[in-house]
Design a protein around this ligand. Structure first.
Ligand SMILES: [Mn+2]
Length: 251
């Protein structure tokens, strides 16, 4: 098989020279770093020594405050909560993270993974019927839901609330859920747009920790799930994903 290689060309030769001098490294290393967007000493420092302090404030994500408040309300009212996720690796790691983290705070909690063949991708009517029949008043949907407008309308008609945690591109209309977390919404100010679904679930748990004075270490414990989702969903290992992946591989 014939292969066609596209070799990246260095655009800014001076930048490479100054990076090489600042880091005291071989020119090839400086070139490789430059091609990865590392331009300065500080860029290189965060590239080689990612720190959990570099994670963004989860409350920068549109809807996060409402989502956390709704969970706090569910806990106060002893509501039954259903964790719903897609059946792929990103979906199941999301469910594992959110379920494991919240189980000590929400006693009446179960998870629901739809049947790939019988129910298909995304939030299913069947899961909403299951929730309504079994008195679940809140569903946290992970790695899906951003285009499930009809399902959310159906859930609203049955008094089942939704928090959507998704990372797919939204359609023209955002579903009428209690909270919709998806940094790809055009009006979401969250600075990093490439989290996987499990990364969004992680940010939700992190926000819950911050708001309730819980040590964030309790959610950092699950970074092995986040790195698995990053690899399996093939999201870019840049920015916040790179920090999550680094610590996920260590845990
Ligand atoms: Mn995904």
């Amino acid at each position: 098989m014939e292969k066609k290689w596209n070799i990246h060309q260095i655009q800014n030769v001076e930048e490479v020279s100054s990076l090489q001098a600042a880091l005291a490294v071989d020119k090839t290393i400086a070139k490789l770093l430059s091609l990865r967007g590392v331009k300065t000493f500080d860029d290189a420092k965060s590239f080689f020594r990612p720190s959990l302090d570099m994670l963004h404030d989860p409350f920068l994500m549109k809807g996060m405050d409402v989502a956390v408040d709704r969970i706090v309300q569910a806990i106060a009212n002893k509501e039954k909560v259903l964790i719903f996720g897609d059946y792929d690796v990103d979906g199941t790691t999301s469910v594992a993270l959110v379920y494991s983290f919240f189980k000590k705070y929400i006693p009446e909690m179960r998870y629901y993974i739809p049947d790939r063949y019988a129910e298909g991708y995304g939030i299913s009517f069947k899961s909403i019927d299951y929730a309504a029949e079994n008195n679940y008043s809140l569903i946290i949907a992970l790695d899906c839901g951003i285009k499930a407008n009809d399902k959310i309308d159906y859930a609203n008609s049955k008094n089942v609330d939704f928090i959507i945690c998704d990372h797919h591109l939204p359609g023209d209309e955002i579903p009428k859920a209690v909270a919709v977390l998806d940094p790809k919404q055009h009006d979401c100010p969250y600075p990093y747009k490439e989290l996987a679904g499990c990364g969004i679930g992680f940010k939700l748990a992190q926000a819950f920790c911050i708001q309730n004075g819980i040590d964030e270490q309790e959610v950092f414990e699950y970074l092995d799930l986040v790195v698995t989702s990053i690899a399996a969903d093939i999201v870019p290992i840049t920015g916040e994903n790179r920090v999550l992946a680094h610590y996920g591989l260590k845990s």
